[in-house]
Design a protein around this ligand. Structure first.
Ligand code: BDR
Ligand code: CA
Length: 315
């Protein structure tokens, strides 16, 4: 990217709390032209994820950004959600007004394919939910890897324990078959897993200091995190999905290892486990992030969103 230019970006979201903060980062970044947002069943149902996405974009004064509704369930399994973590509405009950606009008539996979075809290789994807929409888009347009410049995925637990099961991270656990289709494709992917997102948090003392005059992004962060910090009593909130946006903006925030990614699609308890296969060069090679410059990322996050960031150990 040359100085002063912007990246065309589609974000694929299952809008819960951290998706909302990731959207806020993309909207706030002068380097990102968010050409559309696509939704998928994940943290909450597809209908709720779409409603939340519209609400969040309107709150961020970004009603110009179109929203496309995608797949309502994983490719071949029953959907399970994460409302136990994100609250029944997915946004921790934050008082964000209902949007009066609707999603666009086109489906999410069709929008991804159409935009990729029109963008002459100048399209970036940030996928922070289950990968169902992208798997369907690959089926609609097998040439998608050639048409997409970069893909950043929040998903996987490569060297650490999972959060949906001991082996699997939530986004991959919900739709392992979709993740496998994406991993087996030639998309130029960087995987941002729990290995690095568990090193990047917003802390309660920082959240406490968000003031009323911090603008829509700051107050959005304050409201969507309230449930976690006050009801649940958490001391930190992992910035899973925001880190994916951070890595799109600044790839050097993470150190990665290259190699194909293998996703377990068995019917056993290890389904959704993602592993980096080392020492096999030459085939659909991805980048898997294994360490992160947490302080730099947290500064980027705080600077874009108007959130005060203090010195903290990583975690
Ligand atoms: C991922 O799962 C979801 O609950 C979050 O939004 C994030 O995308 C973290 O495992
Ligand atoms: Ca998400």
């Amino acid at each position: 990217m040359s100085a002063g230019s912007t990246m065309n970006v589609i974000m694929d979201v299952d809008t819960g709390v951290d998706d909302a903060m990731a959207l806020a980062m993309a909207v706030a970044s002068p380097e990102i032209d968010l050409v559309g947002v696509t939704t998928v069943a994940g943290n909450v149902s597809l209908v709720q994820a779409t409603s939340n996405t519209l609400r969040v974009l309107d709150y961020l004064e970004a009603s110009r950004i179109p929203v496309y509704r995608g797949m309502s369930r994983p490719l071949s399994r029953d959907h399970f959600d994460a409302v136990h973590f994100h609250g029944t509405d997915g946004l921790g009950g934050a008082p964000i007004p209902v949007s009066h606009r609707s999603q666009e008539p086109m489906t999410a996979p069709e929008f991804i394919v159409q935009t990729a075809r029109e963008s002459n290789g100048d399209l970036n994807l940030v996928c922070v939910g289950p990968l169902t929409n992208l798997a369907v888009a690959l089926s609609l347009e097998p040439d998608l890897p050639r048409l997409v410049s970069r893909l950043v995925i929040m998903g996987g637990a490569f060297t650490v324990a999972g959060n949906a099961t001991p082996w699997a991270e939530f986004n991959i656990a919900v739709d392992p078959e979709a993740a496998r289709i994406v991993a087996d494709s030639d998309l130029n992917a960087t995987w941002i897993g729990l290995d690095v997102t568990h090193q990047t948090s917003l802390y309660r003392d920082e959240w406490d200091k968000i003031t009323d005059d911090s603008g829509p992004a700051g107050t959005l962060v304050r409201e969507v995190c309230r449930y976690s910090f006050t009801e649940r009593g958490d001391q930190n909130m992992h910035l899973h999905d925001p880190l994916a946006v951070g890595v799109l903006l600044q790839p050097g925030l993470v150190t990665s290892e290259a190699g194909p990614v293998m996703v377990d699609t068995s019917l056993s308890s290890s389904a959704g486990m993602a592993r980096l296969i080392r020492s096999e060069g030459g085939q659909n090679s991805a980048e898997v992030a294994l360490s992160v410059r947490s302080t730099e990322f947290r500064s980027l996050f705080g600077g874009l969103l108007g959130v005060p960031i203090h010195d903290h150990e990583s975690g």
